[in-house]
Design a protein around this ligand. Structure first.
Ligand code: EPU
Length: 417
């Protein structure tokens, strides 16, 4: 197991290029199941989760190659199951449920089980498929879904779900008739998937809004498609530059996907400016305390909450951070407190009293974004921070320590004893 050693205090300076979005790449890889033939995906980040999704497709007997771009050929698919061993390492494996059911008439997918950040059930995915005529049974921890051909249906989500919307959008693309998804997730990754599906021959309208209309078609064709840049990686670098009082130019990012993040970071005193396709970020001498509540897109993303909290831990004043999406996404708090942060949690609310500086300490990453938060804290802390269990980080950030080092951070990977 690896760890990161960070010696804090260097302001970040220079240029960084953002990789393709993890949460767009994963559904897009699953969507290849819907279109037999060779599909080419570009700008796919080099991540453990992408590798796991590739292994899942290979398990289904598809061809999957990640060499520069990703090449997938699902003509040979014979399997219909997503085994527990893969699903438990990556919940997004559940994204093959809709496509497998639509293409093969049957899918057997392990229930993901609990997760470090919350219970994260998939009841809304299953409810939607049932409405589309699938028979769903639960057998020894696996969901078995069957339908000769799915039928269009009107589906209302009790709460917006990103992968749920994506799963049903993929399934509905090959269903018989019109499916309407109400209270759908509006995240840019959902829109990216809809764009790709439309290019494949699907008929989807309204992605990016809360009502998505999908008119089923008889077949989809493989395409060559470039994935959007990762807005959470972009936000993470903005926070890293902001907290260290540095100045960086972020290349290959999409300003229009970052509204809430830019507004909140600006309120905290970070200067953010658009320069053509790039974004320039300048950190202040001291950050200001700002309250934030996580919400579905276009609200402030839960995937930036931990990084924002690292910033607030040394801001001038007290901030209140409310986590509305996942019930257990404050695991980074006790680790930040080991570095001196003054944080009190009460239910879904963390009250962060800013202190003048953090001190380096050995800390443990508990999930992907918590790892990013601890790195950001380590970059500005006095002394040395050791972040252990960084396998979480490798699931979702493409070459983060190489990118940070190129910006002047003192960060290295070491073996954990
Ligand atoms: N929910 C249900 N029932 C469902 C589905 C969701 O109750 O059937 C609840 C969840 O428990 C949660 C809320 O609805 O409270 C929203 O969850 P959502 O389904 O939107 O999350 P997800 O699709 O499992 C994706 C991202 C997450 C990101 C969330 C929220 C992917 C592969 N994952 O998860 O990304 O935090 O949306 O934006 O797209 C990450 O990248 O670090 C990450 C965790």
């Amino acid at each position: 197991m690896g760890k990161l050693i960070i010696r804090g205090g260097n302001p970040l300076n220079g240029e960084v290029t953002i990789s393709g979005a993890k949460n767009a790449a994963l559904p897009l890889i699953a969507s290849a199941i819907l279109a037999p033939g060779e599909m080419v995906l570009r700008n796919v980040p080099r991540l453990k989760d992408v590798e796991t999704m590739g292994m899942l497709l290979q398990h289904l007997e598809a061809r999957f190659l990640h060499d520069g771009e990703v090449r997938i050929d699902t003509s040979t698919i014979a399997g219909i199951d997503a085994p527990y061993d893969l699903v438990r390492t990556m919940r997004a494996s559940v994204l093959v449920l809709g496509p497998l059911l639509a293409r093969m008439g049957e899918a057997v997918v392990s229930l993901p089980g609990g997760c470090a950040i919350g219970a994260r059930p998939i009841n809304l995915h299953l409810m939607g498929l049932e409405k589309m005529g699938a028979t769903i049974t639960l057998e020894q921890g696996y969901v078995r879904a069957k339908a000769r051909r799915l039928k269009g249906a009107s589906i209302y989500f009790d709460m917006p779900t990103v992968t749920g919307t994506e799963n049903l959008m993929m399934a509905a693309s090959l269903a018989d008739g019109l499916t309407v998804l109400e209270n759908a997730a509006c995240e840019p990754e959902v829109s990216d998937l809809a764009n790709a599906l439309n290019k494949m021959g699907a008929s989807i309208e309204g992605a990016g809004t809360t009502t998505i209309r999908i008119e089923g078609v008889n077949r989809l064709n493989p395409i060559d498609y470039a994935i959007i840049p990762d807005r959470i990686e972009t936000g993470t670098f903005m926070a890293a530059a902001g907290i260290t009082g540095g100045k960086i130019r972020i290349k290959a990012c999409r300003w229009e996907h970052l509204d809430a993040i830019i507004m909140k970071l600006t309120e905290a005193g970070i200067e953010i400016e658009k320069d053509g396709e790039d974004i320039i970020v300048r950190g202040p001498e001291r950050l200001a305390a700002v309250n934030v509540k996580t919400m579905p897109y276009p609200g402030f993303p839960t995937d930036m909450q931990a990084q924002f909290m690292a910033m607030m831990s040394i801001a001038d004043g007290t901030s209140v951070i409310t986590e509305n999406i996942f019930e257990n996404r404050f695991m980074h708090v006790s680790e930040l407190m080991r570095m001196g942060a003054n944080i009190i949690i009460d239910g879904a609310t963390a009250t962060v009293k800013g202190i003048p500086f953090l001190r380096g300490a050995p800390v443990m990453a508990t999930d992907l974004r918590a790892s990013a938060s601890l790195i950001i804290a380590g970059l500005v802390a006095r002394g040395e921070t050791h972040v252990s269990r960084i396998y979480h980080l490798d699931r979702g950030y493409d070459a983060i320590e190489r990118k940070l080092r190129a910006l002047g951070a003192d960060i290295e990977r070491a073996k954990e004893s």
